[in-house]
Write a new protein. Sequence first.
Length: 339
Amino acid sequence: MSFFAVLFALIIEQARPLARGNWVHAGFRRWARWVNRNLDAGKPHHGWLAWTVAVLVPALVTLLIHWLLWRVSVLLAFAWSVAILYITLGFRQFSHYFTDIRDALDDGDEATARELLAQWRQVDASELPRSEIVRHVIEYSVLAAHRHVFGVLGWFSVLAALGLGPAGAVLYRMSEFVSRYWGHTSKSPGEGASPALQLVATRAWGAIDFVPARVTSLGFAVVGSFEDAIDAWRNYNQRFPANAPAAAENRNDGIILAATSGAVNVRLGGEALKAALAPDASPGFEAGGLDAEDGTVTVSTPGREPEVAHLRSVVGLVWRSVVLWMVLLALLTLARLLG
């Protein structure tokens, strides 16, 4: 049933994507704010309590509803899984910016591409050269695809196989969302998350995304240039070993970008964009990308200078990975039916 739930959710999301600022995602933002205001007292144990309520409570509610619907009708439980995946899974919640920027670059309109990139990531992109626009678009898009599609698929598939329905999808997306949202509110005027809560959220997110990030990287290697992707992954691990002080979530992102770089032979990494957050900026439920910090410089990977053609290569890489996932899900579903 997992295969068909994912298939239906992707088809519906492609035909009728959720609009920005929809009531579902607005509800998740209100939930994260309520937990922050009522449970965040600035201590580490309060941070873990707040994170547990913010992330695990929605996942448990999703699971309970699934079990209740299953007792009534398998079709109702299936429809519930499709609905949850529709909310948490899909390309169209972030891909419009990618498409618009690619079209602008195809038309030679770099000014519009910079403006769209700035709107997408709330950064200062006013002086970016063409190759850097392409590089940042690739990095943000690949990470968004991982967080919106492959990571959700991984957690959903594993927990659904254990009889936990779509709870894994909610667990993964809420963990990513609160980590990013609470980090954002701390930089905005007014009351924000305490440093203790931010640390808990980022550590929890790094642990939850540890395996999915590596599975996504392996998928990119399989459907791309395998040897080059694995070599880039190995080089990244040599430059940033596991005992390095880098945070787990940054390592997860770095491994994905390294595998992407090798899979399509493009240079990624370099100077990060400077944040230009407006006072009223309110991030949605859509996946974020790299953190934009003043003065942040990362080591570049080997590969060709980013070109517009690489955007099409990345699109092909992502869709081939989706096909790979769907084939694996179909085989697992068939095995369960025959077993």
